[in-house]
Design a protein around this ligand. Structure first.
Ligand code: DGJ
Length: 710
């Protein structure tokens, strides 16, 4: 069955049915001349099952209104009041937009099928294209919209979301979303979707901690980690976004998402086209865990940068928590020698190596090597790193500037600011206006020099404050509010160009921890710094939330000494087991580790190298949540199915504690598995039904168990 079918119904309506392995999604150009969603959920057996039907019962006697709320891309302008995807102002002042269907096209791509619905305003020269890319193997549809001004006068865009999604009517929906803070990112919250509007949004310029552009919805309280219907979606955008979940009095639930209209304006000049970010949407009948795995597989295969997608991520050392801004040749070289000994593959130098950057009050923006700290430049350090068989990486924060810097003194107009208003600093820094082409050129220029003149294989790109006083006085007339989008587009463009010029360099997205993690920047970033909080117990929660929406392949965490956040200390095992669940790094003071400690670390790193493919590319299962049990557990299955790794963490236990077995998932029921240290093999079915017995007791203890399929 093709994944996109166009059907003319017995009622002479045009119907499009989009199908994946398990999902059906259908919408029609209906008799009321609206593009109406008919269905989204489990795949149905026959095309006729998707037919749009007249509403059998009309509670208020005005079913046109009821049906208009199901539009795929509601444009504001007539008798409807739900969240619009499009709100425009034409040059004569008219602010109503009425879209007619023109035609549809279908194209087959290597791994997907694309349906494009062409719409046109009934009167004004405005075309809209709704693009649906169907990834049948992933149970995912990626929606985008393009708006084109085909006339000779400018058109103002006041609101443009990517898409409206509509869910079948149920008694209740449970929303799962991510909300957090610095040092406590990606906290999972799940609650009944109330009537009215629920907003997941950002107004501070970048993705942020307090929310993430992602949702999952389960129905009727029946969906769990391992079973039940789950609808999910994520926006591929790192600037101000908005996801509006609307539940009306008739249990109609919609999810509209895209660029936030807060303080937004976009001037669409004659001949110009505006393209929205992608809204990735999927469905599974198998619970929240399966929904995450669908997203992970789709991200690994279609979002993370292609040139490095299948490249195992190296083990990093970074001295930030040891030296902070006081990086200098002497302390870095000591760390280099020790890092190489324990098996590190990539030595990364963090903040403090440039300009007059001795603390966070000065030097940001001055991207020349600090000669007091590195009298011979970076070459001696990088050469030694390379001699010891490691690659070298470096920290930058290109979108920011300290007022106390040569860059700011030379270009005070490059930061966002309003005339006659004071500037607020955050971490003593200001935000450069990356919407400006000259700022983009500056960043591209110094980054190109840095990468061309030094053997650098990894960039940690940081971003440490929110936008405020977002004025852009020199903007072309009518375009001063476009920076909310152009800044992010500018960052994407710079990363894109750098990746093209330096295809073997890995990029990490960091924003005071996991403050810029989303499917937009993931197109350019190989990995994310998950959190500045390296406390492994806290990270169990952060990890759980991170993996709801984001693949473990992109999740970087370090083993550190007790950190300043809550001062707790843990065993080596506990720290390593936690940090290994994705991409492993080390951020501890190796000079203070005893020879025995260094040996232990060497053994853990060697183990990680053996299981790394499973931890980075494997299918990931949240077996037991730290939110629900003192004993949490996670599982990874190698893409070949031949190896699995289970990590178990006990935060505390009382006298007599006897853990219930951890029941595994996703194994081949009939295959036999050899479990670490067991004499007998067990079938996959036994491991899934009887579970792994766990003998942990005490506080902050952990276990990593390997299984091999015989
Ligand atoms: C914030 C990051 O999250 C840290 O890892 C570190 O790179 C500092 N910035 C450096 O200023």
């Amino acid at each position: 069955m093709p994944s996109v079918q166009t059907i003319e119904t017995s009622q002479n309506e045009l119907l499009w049915v989009l199908e994946t392995r398990n999902m059906g999604y259908a919408f029609a150009w209906n008799k009321q001349q609206r593009l109406e969603n008919v269905y989204w959920g489990a795949k149905l057996p026959y095309p006729t099952d998707y037919a749009p039907r007249p509403i059998a019962f009309d509670p208020l006697g005005n079913w046109n209104i009821a049906r208009s709320t199901y539009e795929e891309f509601p444009a504001w302008g007539d008798y409807k009041f739900n969240e619009p995807c499009l709100k425009v102002r034409f040059s004569d002042g008219v602010r109503a937009c009425l879209l007619d269907y023109k035609n549809a096209t279908v194209t087959e791509n290597m791994a997907s099928t694309t349906l494009t619905i062409h719409l046109q305003d009934q009167h004004y020269p405005l075309k809209v294209r709704l693009i649906y890319e169907v990834f049948a193997d992933h149970d995912i549809i990626v929606r985008r919209a393009e708006v084109e001004n085909t006339g000779s006068e400018p058109i103002e865009l006041e609101q443009i979301l990517t898409a409206a999604l509509h869910l079948p009517r149920h008694e209740s929906y449970q929303l799962t979303s991510l909300s957090g803070k610095w040092g406590g990112e990606f906290q999972v919250q799940r609650f009944d979707l109330p009537r009215g509007k629920q907003l997941i949004e950002r107004r501070r310029g970048s993705t942020g901690f307090d929310s993430n552009p992602f949702f999952m919805l389960g129905a009727d309280g029946k969906s769990t980690e391992t079973s039940g219907d789950v609808w999910f979606g994520a926006l591929a955008f790192s600037g101000n976004y908005k996801i509006v979940l609307e539940r009306d009095a008739f249990e109609h639930v919609s999810v509209s998402g895209g660029i936030n209209d807060f303080d937004f304006r976009w001037l669409l000049e004659a001949g110009e086209t505006f393209t929205t970010p992608a809204f990735v949407a999927g469905y599974t009948p198998q619970g929240y865990g399966a929904a995450s795995r669908l997203l992970h597989a789709y991200e690994n295969q279609h979002i993370v940068p292609r040139e490095t997608a299948s490249q195992p991520r190296p083990i990093v050392y970074n001295s930030w928590y040891v030296t902070e801004f006081d990086v200098r040749f002497e302390n870095q070289i000591k760390a280099v020698e020790l890092a190489a000994k324990i098996g590190v593959e990539l030595f990364v130098m963090d903040d403090g190596w440039f300009g007059q950057r001795n603390n966070d009050r000065a030097g940001l923006g001055d991207w020349y090597v600090n000669k007091e700290k590195f009298p011979q430049g970076l070459t001696p350090l990088i050469s030694r790193v390379n001699e010891l068989g490691m690659d070298f990486g470096i920290w930058v924060e290109p979108e920011m500037v300290n007022p106390d810097s040569d860059l700011y003194r030379t270009h005070p107009n490059w930061v966002y600011h309003f005339a006659n208003r004071p500037l607020s600093v955050g971490r003593n820094q200001l935000v450069l206006n990356v919407a400006r082409p000259d700022v983009q050129q500056f960043i591209l220029g110094f980054m190109t020099d840095l990468l061309a003149n030094n053997n650098i294989k990894f960039i940690k790109w940081d971003m440490n404050r929110h936008f405020s006083e977002p004025g852009w006085a020199e903007a072309p007339a009518g375009r001063d509010r476009e920076f909310w989008v152009r800044h992010t587009q500018g960052v994407y463009e710079i990363w894109q160009q750098l990746r093209q010029k330096f295809p073997h360099v890995l990029f990490e997205s960091c924003a005071s921890g996991g403050g810029r993690v989303d499917l937009g920047i993931m197109q350019y970033a190989d990995q994310f710094w998950m959190s500045d909080n390296t406390d492994p117990y806290d990270d169990l929660f952060i990890q759980e939330g991170f993996t709801l929406a984001h693949t473990p392949l992109t999740r970087m965490m370090w083993v550190t000494d007790a950190n300043g956040i809550n001062g707790r200390s843990y065993s080596f095992e506990y720290r390593f087991h936690l940090a290994m669940m994705g991409v492993l790094g080390i951020g501890a003071d190796l000079t203070k580790w005893s020879p025995a400690d260094l040996d232990k670390a060497t053994a853990f790193i060697a183990l990680y190298k053996e299981i790394r493919e499973t931890m980075q590319f494997g299918a990931f299962y949240r077996l037991r949540s730290p939110r629900e049990s003192a004993l949490s557990a996670f599982q990874f299955i190698h893409p070949s199915g031949n190896e699995a790794v289970v990590t178990v963490f006990l935060s505390q236990s009382q006298f007599g504690y006897f853990a219930t077995p951890i029941r595994l998932e996703g194994l081949d029921p009939d295959a036999r598995y050899q479990v670490d240290g067991w004499d007998e093999t067990w079938s996959g079915q036994a491991l899934m039904q009887r579970g792994l017995p766990i003998a942990l007791k005490g506080s902050f203890v952990s276990q990593l168990i390997r299984l091999v399929r015989m």
